[in-house]
Design a protein around this ligand. Structure first.
Ligand SMILES: Nc1ncnc2c1ncn2[C@@H]1O[C@H](COP(=O)(O)OP(=O)(O)O)[C@@H](O)[C@H]1O
Ligand SMILES: [Mg+2]
Length: 261
């Protein structure tokens, strides 16, 4: 894959010296880290000192009940919300003060919970719109994305607004893939989607992770999903990290308690 380093991709942001930044469990620098993130809406703080990291090729599942701050964390990572404190670092590039477009250039791609796209453009036009705005502009990126979601291929000339919810979610993820991100942020990609398509989306995420080595931070409410797909997990409760670790060592009873309403 034609992936540029964050260093050549963006102006601005500051490089951290080697060894600076958080220590990790295996002693290696993670691809991505959030350190002590604090976010408020007006005067109401909703995220209190959240830290997490995504290793290179890692799939991390961010879980928690409705309203605990998962989407707020992703928005803050993208620079779409002002933050009160904390640091956001991608591959040694401190992007805490960068505007959102520079974070995208540095390699973040974000699929928000609302799955925004252009409803009056066709599926193909939606993908081309992202391609034209990408740094690499390599048309092969569209085929790469369609190979992950083959169901979109016969729909290329259909306006995106006419797709089913599941197809729109697939298109939203495909749009993110066209940028060839270094880290993919997915916010509840299976929310409100019919079960048969949920399986397809899960399979696509697994394929991205296992076959293409994509690094992914995935917000999901379901522990089964995390157990099936993720290497590690973080559970938020009331804006704080309540549990985190390797999925293989996940304490299912405790995590289920944190997720139950
Ligand atoms: N735009 C907003 N203005 C004010 N409060 C908000 C806004 N968006 C979310 N919140 C509040 O912030 C908290 C976290 O929300 P959110 O990050 O959407 O949670 P989650 O994604 O985990 O369901 C909730 O209490 C929610 O009501
Ligand atoms: Mg949310």
């Amino acid at each position: 894959m034609n992936v540029r380093s964050a260093e050549t991709a963006v102006e601005g942001g500051s490089r951290l010296a080697k060894g600076e930044g958080p220590p990790t469990r295996n002693g290696r620098q993670p691809l991505f880290s959030v350190q002590d993130l604090e976010v408020a809406y007006e005067r109401t703080t909703v995220v209190f000192g959240v830290s997490l990291e995504v290793p290179t090729h890692g799939l991390v599942c961010l879980m928690g009940r409705n309203g605990v701050g998962k989407s707020t964390v992703l928005s803050a990572i993208m620079g779409l919300l002002p933050i009160r404190a904390g640091r956001i670092v991608l591959d040694g590039l401190d992007m805490t003060d960068l505007p959102p477009y520079k974070r995208v250039r540095a390699g973040l791609a974000y699929v928000p919970q609302q799955r925004l796209g252009f409803p009056y453009l066709t599926v193909h036009e939606n993908l081309v719109a992202v391609l034209e705005a990408s740094r690499h502009r390599d048309p092969a990126a569209i085929d790469e994305a369609l190979d992950i979601f083959p169901r979109l291929k016969p729909l290329l000339s259909r306006p995106a607004g006419f797709l089913s919810g599941g197809q729109q979610q697939q298109l939203a993820i495909a749009r993110a893939l066209v940028t060839r991100p270094r880290l993919l942020l997915l916010d509840e990609p299976t929310e409100g989607i019919q079960p048969s398509i949920i399986l397809e989306i899960e399979d696509a995420i697994e394929k991205l992770h296992a076959e293409r080595g994509m690094s992914i931070l995935l917000v999901e409410q379901y522990v089964e999903f995390a157990l099936r797909l993720a290497d590690s997990y973080v559970v938020l409760d009331a804006g704080e990290v309540a549990a985190a670790g390797d999925t293989a060592e996940l304490d299912e009873a405790r995590v289920r308690r944190l997720l139950s309403v």
